[in-house]
Design a protein around this ligand. Structure first.
Ligand code: SF4
Length: 592
C-alpha cells in the first residue's frame, strides 16, 4: 500500500531530497484488531541511499493510534518552511512548531511531545539528531522500533519534519468479531509455543553462532565469515550478561526484543534493544569482541536515529580503509580527538567516537554519513584509491548479516532485490542455510527459489504480519500451512472472500509495484549486481573458503530469475503480465 501510494504520488524522476518525493504511510489490514503481530505500518519514499523504492515496516503503537484515529494511510507532500511537528488528532490535523524538540533524541522527542500535549496516549514517529543533520541513512523511530534501512530520516530532516504524532480515540470495526477473536486467540496461544521459543528467550541474536558455524557471519568488513570471538558477542552471551527486559511490538504475544544494558566500563548506562542484524554489524563485522562496545554503538544509532546496520557496515569499511592505509589516523581528527583515531578492527572505543562524528557530521563523519557507496566513490576520486572494492552494498544499501559468497541463492535475491542488500525482502538465505539448496553451487532451480522466497516474504510484509509467527498457524512455515489460515483472518476482518491463491497473489503484486517504481526511476539490468568483494575476493577459511559468485554465475542466475518472474530477458515488465495482475495503469507507464 505504501509503495503503491508512492507510485501514485511521487513526481517521477525527482531527487529523493526534493519536494516531489512524498512521505507515504500505510496501515496494515490487521492494525488495531486482535490479530497477533499485525500492528505494523509501512513507510515509503524514494530512498536517498539507493535512488529506488525505500519501503520500511515498523511494528508499533503508532500504527494502532493511526487506525483508531480513522486513517488507513497518509501522504505528505512538499516540505515545511520551519521545523514542524504534525499532529493528527482523530480527524483534526495541526502543523505545530517543533523548535522545542530540536536536538532531542528519538525517545526523548516522543516523551516531550506527550508532555507538551498533556496526553500519554499520543504516539509519534520521530527523527533524532541524525535526521536533523541529514545523515543519509537516518531512521524514523516510533515506540523504540525503527522504520529503517533506506534513509527516511534524511528525507524528513530535509523537509524539516521532526515528528508525526497521532491521537486515536475511536474503535476499530471488523466484519466478524466473534470468528476473528477465536482465530486470533488460537494463533496467539500457538505463538507462545515451541516454534517461537528461540525468539522469546534469546531474540534474533541467537542466530549469530549459527551463521558463524556456517561461515557466513560477516567478519572484519566481510573479509571473512568466521569470527574467533563469536561466543562473546552471541545472543546467549547477551542473555547471560546484559539482558534486562524483553519487550514487544504492538499486538505481539511473542516479544523478541532483548533490552540490553551495559553495566560496567566506559559505556556503562548504554541500553537499547538488540537484534541480530544490529549486532553483527557492530561486533564481528568490526572485529569487536567486547559486546559492551557493540551495545553502545547500537544505542547511539537507536537514540539518535540512524540505521545501525548501515552505520556498522560503514564504520567497518572505514576500518579497512585505515588498516590498508587509505585513511590515516589524522583523517579521524576532531575537536574531541585532535590527534585523530587509530581505527583498527577491534577498537570499539574508536568506533564509538566515529559513530558520534557521523551523527554530528563532524570531520570525516560527513563523508561516512553518506554510506559506503558515496563515501568510497568520493574517496577514490580524491585519492586515486580503490576502496570501492571493500564497500559492501547492493544498489547503495549496505548488506545484511549473511555473507552471500557462499549463499548463492541469497546472492541472487540481494542482487535483484528492489530495496538493495536486504535480507527481509529477499529471504533466500533461508533455503540456502537450511540445506534445501546446495549453497556453494548454482543450478537451474535458483531463479524460481529466489523469486518464490521473495514473494513469500512479501505476503507477510504487505499484510503486514511479523514473519516470526509463520510457524504458528499449523506448525508448517510454508505456503500450504499459512496461506489458508491467513485467508481466514482476512475474511473475518474484512468480509472479503479470500482463498489460497488470493493470498499468494498479494506477494506477486507487492513485488511488482516496487519493481515498476524502480524501472520508472531509471533501473536497468546493470543495477542488479553484487559487491565487488563477493565476486572477486574469496574467504580464506571456513565452510565457504575459496567461494565467490562469479560474473558468469550471476548472469546465469539473473536470467533464471527474470524467466521465473515472467519478465523479459532485460528484466522488464511485459504489458500482458501487468494487466493480468490487475495493474493496467502500471502497464501503461512501464510495460513493454
Ligand atoms: S516477534 Fe519481535 S519483531 Fe515480531 S512483532 Fe513481536 S516483538 Fe516485533
Amino acid at each position: 500500500m505504501a509503495s503503491r501510494l508512492l507510485w501514485e504520488n511521487i513526481i517521477p524522476g525527482c531527487d529523493p531530497l526534493d519536494d516531489g518525493n512524498p512521505i507515504c504511510f500505510a496501515n496494515g489490514i490487521f492494525t488495531g484488531t486482535p490479530v497477533p503481530v499485525g500492528g505494523k505500518f509501512g513507510l515509503a519514499s524514494k530512498s536517498p541511499l539507493t535512488g529506488f523504492v525505500g519501503d520500511s515496516l515498523s511494528g508499533s503503537w503508532f500504527s494502532v493510534a493511526l487506525k483508531r484515529a480513522g486513517w488507513d494511510g497518509v501522504v505528505l507532500h512538499n516540505s515545511c518552511d520551519s521545523w514542524t511537528q504534525l499532529f493528527i488528532d482523530d480527524d483534526r490535523v495541526q502543523f505545530n512548531d517543533a523548535t522545542y524538540l530540536l536536538g532531542k533524541g528519538t525517545f526523548e522527542t516522543e516523551e516531550a511531545i506527550r508532555n507538551k500535549l498533556g496526553d500519554d496516549q499520543i504516539r509519534s514517529c520521530t527523527i533524532g539528531a541524525c535526521g536533523e543533520n541529514l545523515v543519509r541513512y537516518a531512521n524514523v523511530t516510533n515506540d523504540g522500533r525503527q522504520a529503517g534501512r533506506t534513509g527516511h530520516g534524511m528525507i524528513w530532516g530535509k523537509k524539516k519534519l521532526k515528528a508525526v504524532s497521532v491521537r486515536g480515540t475511536h474503535g476499530v470495526k471488523v466484519f466478524d468479531p466473534k470468528t476473528l477473536n477465536q482465530l486470533a486467540y488460537d494463533i496467539s496461544k500457538s505463538a507462545q509455543g515451541k516454534d517461537t521459543e528461540k525468539y522469546r528467550v534469546y531474540g534474533t541474536s541467537t542466530g549469530l553462532l549459527n551463521t558463524n558455524k556456517l561461515g557466513v557471519l560477516p567478519t572484519r568488513n566481510f573479509q571473512e565469515g568466521v569470527f574467533e570471538d563469536a561466543e562473546l558477542v552471541s545472543g546467549e552471551y547477551l542473555d547471560r550478561h546484559h539482558k534486562v527486559k524483553v519487550i514487544a511490538c504492538a499486538q505481539c504475544p511473542i516479544a523478541c526484543e532483548q533490552m540490553s544494558l551495559v553495566k560496567t566500563g566506559p559505556f556503562a548506562g548504554a541500553m537499547t534493544g538488540i537484534e541480530y542484524e544490529s549486532l553483527f554489524a557492530n561486533s564481528s563485522n568490526l572485529g569487536v569482541s567486547d559486546i559492551r562496545a557493540a551495545i553502545k554503538l547500537i544505542t547511539i544509532a537507536d537514540h539518535d536515529g540512524m540505521d545501525s546496520v548501515t552505520m556498522g557496515v560503514t564504520i567497518g569499511w572505514a576500518m579497512e580503509c585505515f588498516e590498508k592505509g587509505v585513511l590515516k589516523k589524522e583523517d579521524f581528527a576532531s575537536e574531541e580527538h585532535p590527534e585523530g583515531l587509530e581505527l583498527h578492527f577491534g577498537n570499539g572505543e574508536a568506533a564509538v567516537a566515529v559513530a558520534e562524528m557521523i551523527r554530528d557530521q563532524v570531520g570525516i563523519g560527513k563523508l561516512l554519513a553518506q554510506g559506503t557507496r558515496i563515501a568510497s566513490e568520493t574517496l577514490d576520486k580524491e585519492r586515486g584509491t580503490e576502496s570501492y572494492k571493500w564497500a559492501v552494498h547492493t544498489k547503495g544499501l549496505e548488506s545484511a548479516g549473511y555473507d552471500a559468497r557462499s549463499l548463492k541463492t541469497f546472492a541472487l535475491g540481494l542482487a535483484t532485490g528492489t530495496r538493495g542488500g536486504c535480507h527481509n525482502r529477499s529471504a533466500a538465505y533461508d533455503p540456502d542455510m537450511k540445506g534445501e539448496t546446495n549453497r556453494l553451487t548454482v543450478d537451474e532451480t535458483r531463479g524460481r527459489v529466489a523469486s518464490e522466497s521473495e514473494e513469500y516474504a512479501a505476503v507477510y510484509d504487505t499484510l503486514p504480519l511479523c514473519k516470526f509467527i509463520r510457524r504458528s498457524f499449523t506448525g508448517k512455515a510454508d505456503r500450504s500451512g499459512a496461506w489458508p489460515a491467513i485467508a481466514k483472518l482476512i475474511n473475518a476482518t474484512t468480509g472479503w472472500n479470500y482463498d489460497y491463491d488470493d493470498v499468494d497473489l498479494i506477494g506477486t503484486r507487492a513485488c511488482t509495484i516496487k519493481k515498476a517504481f524502480n524501472i520508472r526511476e531509471g533501473w536497468t539490468e546493470k543495477d542488479d549486481d553484487l559487491p565487488w568483494r563477493w565476486k572477486h575476493d574469496p574467504f580464506s577459511k571456513g565452510p565457504g573458503a575459496g567461494t565467490v559468485v562469479t560474473d558468469e554465475e550471476l548472469a546465469y542466475m539473473k536470467k533464471l530469475y527474470y524467466e521465473a518472474k515472467g519478465w523479459t530477458e532485460e528484466g522488464l515488465l511485459p504489458k500482458e503480465l501487468l494487466i493480468k495482475l490487475g495493474m493496467p495503469d502500471v502497464a501503461e507507464e512501464v510495460g513493454v
